[in-house]
Design a protein around this ligand. Structure first.
Ligand code: NIG
Ligand code: FE
Length: 410
C-alpha cells in the first residue's frame, strides 16, 4: 500500500475529467493547468486532485509520503509513440561520414544505414539484445517517458524479425511502463533480396506475419514508404496482409519524398502517419476528418539536417499533431522527449502548450492509449512526472538540454 500526497504544486498540467483525447487546430493551444494544486495517489492511482484551497486534508496520515512541490510542475509522463529502441549497436561512423559530406540516403545506398544495423543485429544473441534494451529503457523511463512504442525492422529476415519482436515481448512483460510492439519487416530490402523484391514481400506476408500473429508478437504493422524503399503499392499489399492478421497500420511516410503514402495510409485506417517532413495540400486534405494521427519527429530532422515538418501549417489547417522521438541509432539517437519538446518549439514554432498536448494526449492517441495515458484524471494509473523547481511551464522547452525531471511516479 503506498499513498503519496504531492502538495503546493506550482502547476498541475493536463489534469481534469473533461479533457478531450484529441485537440484539433486552434484547440491545440489550450492546456489545462491547475495552479497551486495538490495530487493524491494511492498505489499509483489518482484518487484526488485540485487546488490547495480545495484540499480537505487527510483523515489517515499513516503511511502517507508527503511531497512539497513548491515551485515545481506535475504533468502526465510524456509518451513516445515511435521508437526503434531495440538495436544491437550505435552507428557513430555514419554520423562522421555525414559530417564529411555524405547524405543519409547515400550511406544507405552503400549498404550502411538500416542494413548496417541489420548486420549487427544478426550477430547478437537474443538475451544480449534484451539486456541491452532493458538498460536503455530504464534510462528512457528516468528521463520521464511513461509509455513506449518499439518497432522491429533491424532483423530483415525471419529469424531476425522474430528475435527483435520476442525481445520486445519480454520487455513488455518486464518493464514497469506500457510498451507496444510494431512489426516493421518492411523497413528496407535486405541485400540478398535487392534483385528479388517480390521474394522479400512474400517472405513478410507468408512467413513472418503468420508466426507473428500466432505468437502475438505485435500490435501494429509499419512500412517505410519512401523512394528506394517501399512503394505505395507495396505498402498497401503489406498493410492489408497485416490487417488480415489483426495488426493495425502505423507507418513511416513522407520523410524524403511525397509518393501518395499518406492518402493510402489514411484510406487503410492507419492509427498514425509518422515523419511528414514533406507534405502537400492533398496529404493535409486526406488527414482532415480522419482518425489518423499525424506525428512529427523533429529529432530526426535535426540529426539528419533535413526539413522539419510544417507543424504550423498542419495546425492552421485544423489538424492535431503528435510528437515522438524516433529514437534509433541512425537518424535520431536521442530518446529524451524534453529535447523533442524544445526542438518542436524552436524549430517548428509550436507553442509549449501545443507541444505538451502533442507529447501527452496526442501521443497517447497515436498508440491507442487515450483511455489510460496522457492526462491526469480520477482512477487513472499511468505514470506522472514531477519537475524540478522552474520559473514557468515554458521553461521546460526554453532551457533545452537541462534535466527537468525530479521524479517519475510509476
Ligand atoms: O524512422 N526512416 C526510416 N527508419 C528510421 C531510421 C532507421 C535507421 O537509420 O536505422 C527512421 O528515421
Ligand atoms: Fe522511425
Amino acid at each position: 500500500m503506498s499513498k503519496i500526497l504531492i502538495k503546493n504544486i506550482k502547476g498541475l498540467v493536463q489534469a481534469g475529467e473533461e479533457i478531450p483525447n484529441v485537440k484539433k487546430g486552434r484547440e491545440m493551444s489550450k492546456l489545462d493547468i491547475i495552479e497551486n494544486a495538490f495530487l493524491a495517489l494511492e498505489n499509483g492511482e489518482v484518487i484526488a486532485y485540485g487546488t490547495m484551497e480545495e484540499w480537505e486534508g487527510i483523515l489517515d496520515w499513516r503511511g502517507v509520503e508527503v511531497i512539497d512541490a513548491d515551485g515545481c510542475f506535475v504533468l502526465p509522463a510524456f509518451i513516445d509513440s515511435h521508437t526503434h529502441a531495440v538495436f544491437a549497436k550505435t552507428r557513430e561512423e555514419e554520423f562522421v561520414d555525414r559530417i564529411h559530406g555524405l547524405t543519409y540516403e547515400e550511406i544507405a545506398a552503400k549498404g550502411g544505414g538500416i542494413l548496417n544495423s541489420a548486420r549487427k543485429l544478426s550477430e547478437m544473441a537474443e538475451d544480449d539484445l534484451f539486456e541491452a534494451a532493458k538498460k536503455r529503457i530504464n534510462k528512457i523511463i528516468q528521463s520521464g517517458t511513461g509509455a513506449l512504442e518499439i518497432k522491429s525492422g533491424y532483423g530483415l529476415s525471419l529469424e531476425g524479425e522474430l528475435k527483435m519482436l520476442r525481445v520486445i515481448k519480454r520487455l513488455k512483460a518486464s518493464m514497469p511502463i506500457t510498451i507496444k510492439a510494431t512489426f516493421l519487416g518492411a523497413h528496407a530490402y535486405p541485400q540478398e533480396f535487392k534483385e528479388n523484391k517480390r521474394g522479400y514481400i512474400e517472405l513478410i506476408i507468408h512467413e513472418m506475419l503468420p508466426i507473428i500473429a500466432k505468437e502475438n508478437l505485435a500490435d501494429y504493422i509499419d512500412v517505410f514508404c519512401e523512394r528506394n524503399y517501399f512503394s505505395v503499392e507495396e505498402m498497401e499489399e503489406i498493410l492489408l496482409a497485416g490487417k488480415a492478421h489483426g495488426l493495425k497500420p502505423k507507418v513511416h511516410v513522407n520523410q524524403f519524398s511525397i509518393l501518395g503514402g499518406v492518402q493510402k495510409a489514411v484510406e487503410l485506417g492507419a492509427v498514425s502517419v509518422d515523419h511528414l517532413e514533406e507534405m502537400d495540400a492533398q496529404d493535409i486534405a486526406a488527414l482532415i476528418d480522419s482518425h489518423t494521427m499525424p506525428t512529427l519527429l523533429p529529432g530526426c530532422s535535426h540529426f539528419l539536417s533535413i526539413p522539419f515538418g510544417d507543424a504550423r501549417q498542419m495546425i492552421q489547417s485544423g489538424l492535431p499533431v503528435a510528437l515522438a522521438s524516433d529514437y534509433n541509432p541512425g537518424s535520431s539517437p536521442n530518446y529524451d522527449l524534453f529535447t523533442i519538446l524544445s526542438l518542436a518549439c524552436v524549430k517548428m514554432r509550436m507553442t509549449p502548450e501545443e507541444a505538451i498536448n502533442a507529447l501527452t494526449i496526442h501521443a497517447a492517441a497515436a498508440l491507442e492509449l487515450s483511455e489510460t495515458h496522457g492526462k491526469i484524471a480520477i482512477g487513472r494509473k499511468s505514470p506522472i512526472v514531477l519537475t524540478h523547481e522552474i520559473p514557468s511551464l515554458a521553461y521546460l522547452a526554453y532551457a533545452f538540454g537541462e534535466q527537468h525531471v525530479q521524479r517519475i511516479f510509476l
